[in-house]
Ligand binder design. Structure first.
Ligand SMILES: C[S@@+](CC[C@H](N)C(=O)[O-])C[C@H]1O[C@@H](n2cnc3c(N)ncnc32)[C@H](O)[C@@H]1O
Length: 186
Protein backbone atom coordinates (compact mmCIF):
# COMPACT_ATOMS: atom_id res chain seq x y z
CA UNK A 1 0.00 0.00 0.00
CA UNK A 2 1.15 3.55 -0.66
CA UNK A 3 2.58 5.40 1.15
CA UNK A 4 4.41 2.53 2.86
CA UNK A 5 4.28 1.66 6.54
CA UNK A 6 7.68 2.20 8.28
CA UNK A 7 8.27 -1.59 8.26
CA UNK A 8 7.80 -1.68 4.47
CA UNK A 9 9.82 1.48 3.94
CA UNK A 10 12.68 -0.11 5.89
CA UNK A 11 12.95 -2.85 3.28
CA UNK A 12 12.81 -0.43 0.35
CA UNK A 13 15.55 1.74 1.83
CA UNK A 14 17.84 -1.07 2.96
CA UNK A 15 17.66 -2.86 -0.37
CA UNK A 16 20.15 -0.49 -1.97
CA UNK A 17 22.59 -0.68 0.97
CA UNK A 18 22.92 -4.45 1.34
CA UNK A 19 24.95 -6.26 -1.30
CA UNK A 20 25.37 -9.91 -2.22
CA UNK A 21 27.65 -11.72 0.20
CA UNK A 22 26.92 -9.40 3.13
CA UNK A 23 26.32 -10.37 6.73
CA UNK A 24 23.19 -8.93 8.40
CA UNK A 25 21.46 -9.31 11.75
CA UNK A 26 17.76 -9.32 12.57
CA UNK A 27 17.80 -8.52 16.31
CA UNK A 28 14.05 -9.20 16.75
CA UNK A 29 13.08 -12.05 14.45
CA UNK A 30 9.38 -12.14 15.42
CA UNK A 31 7.38 -13.71 12.62
CA UNK A 32 10.32 -13.52 10.23
CA UNK A 33 9.28 -10.84 7.74
CA UNK A 34 12.48 -8.83 8.25
CA UNK A 35 14.59 -12.01 8.36
CA UNK A 36 13.22 -13.12 4.99
CA UNK A 37 13.92 -9.68 3.54
CA UNK A 38 17.52 -9.73 4.86
CA UNK A 39 18.12 -13.30 3.67
CA UNK A 40 17.04 -12.30 0.16
CA UNK A 41 19.12 -9.13 0.23
CA UNK A 42 22.40 -10.85 1.20
CA UNK A 43 21.98 -13.39 -1.60
CA UNK A 44 23.15 -16.98 -1.81
CA UNK A 45 26.67 -16.14 -0.62
CA UNK A 46 25.61 -13.97 2.31
CA UNK A 47 24.39 -14.87 5.76
CA UNK A 48 21.96 -13.64 8.38
CA UNK A 49 21.70 -14.15 12.13
CA UNK A 50 18.15 -13.79 13.48
CA UNK A 51 17.68 -13.43 17.25
CA UNK A 52 14.57 -13.65 19.40
CA UNK A 53 13.89 -14.44 23.06
CA UNK A 54 10.89 -16.58 22.09
CA UNK A 55 11.19 -20.03 20.59
CA UNK A 56 7.70 -19.50 19.16
CA UNK A 57 8.98 -16.54 17.11
CA UNK A 58 11.94 -18.50 15.79
CA UNK A 59 9.68 -21.41 14.82
CA UNK A 60 7.48 -18.99 12.87
CA UNK A 61 10.56 -17.43 11.24
CA UNK A 62 11.89 -20.87 10.28
CA UNK A 63 8.61 -21.79 8.57
CA UNK A 64 8.62 -18.53 6.62
CA UNK A 65 12.26 -19.00 5.57
CA UNK A 66 11.66 -22.58 4.51
CA UNK A 67 8.67 -21.64 2.39
CA UNK A 68 10.85 -19.07 0.60
CA UNK A 69 13.77 -21.47 0.17
CA UNK A 70 16.02 -19.25 2.29
CA UNK A 71 16.49 -21.30 5.46
CA UNK A 72 20.14 -22.20 4.74
CA UNK A 73 21.28 -18.56 4.75
CA UNK A 74 20.05 -17.90 8.27
CA UNK A 75 21.26 -18.89 11.72
CA UNK A 76 18.41 -18.67 14.24
CA UNK A 77 19.44 -17.85 17.79
CA UNK A 78 17.15 -18.05 20.82
CA UNK A 79 18.38 -15.47 23.32
CA UNK A 80 18.56 -11.81 24.17
CA UNK A 81 19.80 -9.29 21.63
CA UNK A 82 21.86 -7.55 24.30
CA UNK A 83 24.30 -10.46 23.71
CA UNK A 84 24.40 -9.58 20.03
CA UNK A 85 28.16 -9.01 19.90
CA UNK A 86 28.92 -12.51 21.22
CA UNK A 87 26.23 -14.07 19.01
CA UNK A 88 27.57 -12.33 15.86
CA UNK A 89 31.16 -13.45 16.37
CA UNK A 90 34.00 -11.69 14.55
CA UNK A 91 32.15 -10.75 11.33
CA UNK A 92 30.98 -7.17 11.01
CA UNK A 93 27.41 -6.77 9.75
CA UNK A 94 26.34 -4.41 6.96
CA UNK A 95 22.93 -3.95 8.56
CA UNK A 96 21.28 -4.62 11.91
CA UNK A 97 17.50 -4.37 12.18
CA UNK A 98 15.40 -3.97 15.33
CA UNK A 99 11.61 -4.11 15.12
CA UNK A 100 10.61 -3.35 18.70
CA UNK A 101 7.58 -4.30 20.78
CA UNK A 102 5.76 -7.63 21.02
CA UNK A 103 5.28 -10.64 18.77
CA UNK A 104 2.12 -10.08 16.69
CA UNK A 105 -0.22 -12.97 17.53
CA UNK A 106 1.89 -13.85 20.59
CA UNK A 107 2.15 -12.89 24.26
CA UNK A 108 1.88 -9.08 24.44
CA UNK A 109 3.64 -9.06 27.82
CA UNK A 110 6.87 -10.32 26.25
CA UNK A 111 8.02 -7.02 24.83
CA UNK A 112 11.32 -5.30 24.29
CA UNK A 113 12.40 -3.30 27.36
CA UNK A 114 13.98 0.16 27.23
CA UNK A 115 17.15 -0.49 29.23
CA UNK A 116 17.85 -3.76 27.49
CA UNK A 117 17.08 -2.30 24.04
CA UNK A 118 19.58 0.51 24.65
CA UNK A 119 22.22 -2.02 25.67
CA UNK A 120 21.57 -4.03 22.51
CA UNK A 121 21.64 -0.92 20.30
CA UNK A 122 24.95 0.13 21.81
CA UNK A 123 26.44 -3.30 21.03
CA UNK A 124 24.94 -3.12 17.54
CA UNK A 125 26.47 0.24 16.74
CA UNK A 126 29.88 -1.02 17.96
CA UNK A 127 29.97 -4.11 15.75
CA UNK A 128 28.49 -2.60 12.56
CA UNK A 129 30.96 -2.31 9.71
CA UNK A 130 31.97 1.24 8.70
CA UNK A 131 29.08 2.74 6.65
CA UNK A 132 26.83 -0.05 7.94
CA UNK A 133 23.21 0.73 8.79
CA UNK A 134 21.39 0.47 12.10
CA UNK A 135 17.59 0.42 11.61
CA UNK A 136 14.98 0.54 14.35
CA UNK A 137 11.18 0.48 14.04
CA UNK A 138 9.70 2.00 17.21
CA UNK A 139 6.12 1.56 18.48
CA UNK A 140 5.06 4.31 20.89
CA UNK A 141 1.45 2.99 20.96
CA UNK A 142 1.68 0.32 23.66
CA UNK A 143 2.37 0.76 27.38
CA UNK A 144 6.09 1.36 27.82
CA UNK A 145 6.54 1.70 24.07
CA UNK A 146 6.40 5.49 24.21
CA UNK A 147 9.20 5.67 26.77
CA UNK A 148 11.26 3.13 24.81
CA UNK A 149 10.72 4.93 21.49
CA UNK A 150 11.78 8.28 23.00
CA UNK A 151 14.92 6.76 24.58
CA UNK A 152 15.86 5.00 21.35
CA UNK A 153 15.48 8.22 19.38
CA UNK A 154 17.79 10.03 21.82
CA UNK A 155 20.31 7.19 21.55
CA UNK A 156 20.28 7.08 17.75
CA UNK A 157 20.60 10.86 17.57
CA UNK A 158 23.68 10.70 19.83
CA UNK A 159 25.57 8.32 17.54
CA UNK A 160 28.46 9.62 15.49
CA UNK A 161 26.96 8.81 12.12
CA UNK A 162 27.32 9.71 8.48
CA UNK A 163 23.57 10.36 8.35
CA UNK A 164 20.59 9.80 10.64
CA UNK A 165 16.91 9.91 9.72
CA UNK A 166 13.44 9.46 11.20
CA UNK A 167 10.42 8.48 9.11
CA UNK A 168 6.82 8.15 10.21
CA UNK A 169 3.29 8.25 8.92
CA UNK A 170 1.05 11.14 9.90
CA UNK A 171 -1.78 10.18 12.24
CA UNK A 172 -3.92 12.32 14.50
CA UNK A 173 -2.21 11.04 17.63
CA UNK A 174 1.40 10.39 18.54
CA UNK A 175 1.19 6.60 18.63
CA UNK A 176 2.17 5.98 15.04
CA UNK A 177 5.20 3.70 14.59
CA UNK A 178 8.31 5.34 13.22
CA UNK A 179 11.54 4.24 11.63
CA UNK A 180 14.99 5.42 12.72
CA UNK A 181 17.99 4.89 10.45
CA UNK A 182 21.62 5.60 11.20
CA UNK A 183 24.43 5.08 8.73
CA UNK A 184 27.73 4.64 10.55
CA UNK A 185 30.67 6.86 9.68
CA UNK A 186 33.20 5.32 7.35
C1 LIG B 1 7.53 -6.61 16.62
S1 LIG B 1 8.21 -8.22 16.86
C2 LIG B 1 9.37 -8.34 15.53
C3 LIG B 1 8.74 -8.46 14.17
C4 LIG B 1 9.65 -9.14 13.17
N1 LIG B 1 10.87 -8.40 12.89
C5 LIG B 1 8.96 -9.55 11.87
O1 LIG B 1 9.44 -9.19 10.79
O2 LIG B 1 7.95 -10.25 11.95
C6 LIG B 1 9.29 -8.01 18.26
C7 LIG B 1 10.02 -9.28 18.67
O3 LIG B 1 11.05 -8.92 19.60
C8 LIG B 1 11.27 -10.02 20.44
N2 LIG B 1 12.03 -9.63 21.61
C9 LIG B 1 11.59 -9.01 22.73
N3 LIG B 1 12.61 -8.82 23.59
C10 LIG B 1 13.72 -9.34 23.01
C11 LIG B 1 15.08 -9.46 23.40
N4 LIG B 1 15.48 -8.99 24.57
N5 LIG B 1 15.95 -10.06 22.55
C12 LIG B 1 15.52 -10.54 21.35
N6 LIG B 1 14.24 -10.45 20.92
C13 LIG B 1 13.36 -9.86 21.74
C14 LIG B 1 9.86 -10.50 20.75
O4 LIG B 1 9.85 -11.83 21.22
C15 LIG B 1 9.14 -10.33 19.39
O5 LIG B 1 9.13 -11.52 18.67
Amino acid sequence: MFPPHPTELLHVLLESEIVTGDFAIDATAGNGHDTVFLARAVGATGRVVAIDIQQQALASTAVRLESEGLRERVMLHCGCHSDLAEIAGSDRPRAIVFNLGYLPGGDHDLITQTENTLKALSAASDILMPRGVLAVVCYPGHIGGDEEAAAVEVFITSLKAQRTARYSMILRDKTTPFLLLSKKSG
